[in-house]
Design a protein around this ligand. Sequence first.
Ligand code: MTE
Ligand code: MO
Length: 482
Amino acid sequence: MTDENRKRGGGLGAAAVGVAALGVGEAIAASRGGSLIDTVGRAVIDVVPVPVVEATVEMSGRHDKAATRLGVGVAGIAATVALGALPQRLRTPLAALFGAGAGALAMRQSTQSTSTVAGAVAAAGVLAAGLRRRPRGVLGTLAVAATGAGMFAAAHTLHHDLDRKRDNDLRRIGPMGALGLVPEDGLEDEPGLSPLVTAAHRMYVADVNLRPPRIDPSHWRLSVTGKVAHPLRLSLAELAEDAVEFDAVMVCVHNRPGEGRAGNGRWYGVPLADLLKHVIPEPGATRLVTKAVDGYSISLPLEPLRSGEWPGYVVVGMNGEPLTPAHGFPARVFVPGLYGQYTGAKWLGELELADDSHVDYWWKRGWPAGPLWVTPQARIDVAAPGRVAAGTTSLAGVAWAPPHGVAGVEVRVGEGDWHSADLGVELGPASWRRWRVTVELPPGEHRIQARTTSRSGEVQDGRPRPPFPTGPSGFHSVTVQV
Ligand SMILES: Nc1nc2c(c(=O)[nH]1)N[C@H]1C(S)=C(S)[C@@H](COP(=O)(O)O)O[C@H]1N2
Ligand SMILES: [Mo]
């Protein structure tokens, strides 16, 4: 074997060791619901510059979590190869440093940390031992890599089983809200139109976690602390007793016109004004900090929440059921009309009444302190030539302008006049509203745009603007061929 070949073989052997170390670490972490890759991934998400976050959201869309995981896994294997090329005396201390680093990150994120720390220690051990006695030959290398892959599969199965058990536990919690009647708006006969109420499993998911934190509802309590005369600790059942139902659209600040990062829910939550009345805020309290169990936080100005000027809620249910893990189980804060990034934390652990010195997760990253309000937006879901009659095109979609409500939706063909659409019955002003209209179009290709106007008189801004830093604007356009 030439030197060059031996080196290449050594690199492949090191890569196999990397797969094995990560696989063993993942399997041990997964035994109690943790994950090395997710822990490191979250730490990366916490520090990468905003332009990188924006580019990832843009490129990977719904697959941003899978893309981040893959990136962390590949980086881990690449780091092992780099480590393998270093002198032996450096490898073991560096492997130990990797393990200690991952363990420390897991402790900082504070959820499922014990098993993740154990996984980090095991991964460092496999790394050090594997690089000392690297697998030889194609078969040896394949065997080590296959062992690692098997460990990844085991980790996957462990998570799957934990998820199933948790889903069963959630089912036992019982209903959250009435939802006796499925709400209707009169546009039920429009095929292809978004449902009036978005099912939880169809709702977009946006957060900085690679996996929702696992929270045991029997031990979970919401604490209301800080500058208050009467701190509170409330169980899920206690919160549910005082909850009311409301309809509202949740919109991500990254939702460009036409995209799907918005969903309409029938939520069940405790009015923040009621909770705040109980705790009696102290004079210096100016902000309500909503803190997730994993360190994420978003704060809101206290006064408009306390007075009820902005109706905000500690939400414990969606569409008649407990929140799903992806959407914040057991509780989240939601102020209808504010973008998701500003509306409050999912996986809520604490509400802290604080002064203005608190710094939110996204402020550190260059987003304005806000809060930012959702701007009116119309989306075209259906553009179907010839469905009603030859020469006509049916258009239908959803529009939102929370918290004031949608006053009207219009469409235009090319640069032509705007035509008013028919509106479905409004569930509530913060809810989205469905619309439809039929237009006559000659044969050929046409560009169709939609816009909405809020009941407060705000007309949707047609100038395209990217989401960062104050939210997107522009019209949704579709092209139809008649
Ligand atoms: N704890 C926590 N809460 C969070 C976030 C997060 O990353 N962590 N993301 C926010 C953002 S950016 C949005 S758009 C909404 C999304 O809520 P959904 O995933 O239920 O649609 O949650 C908000 N609450
Ligand atoms: Mo978001």
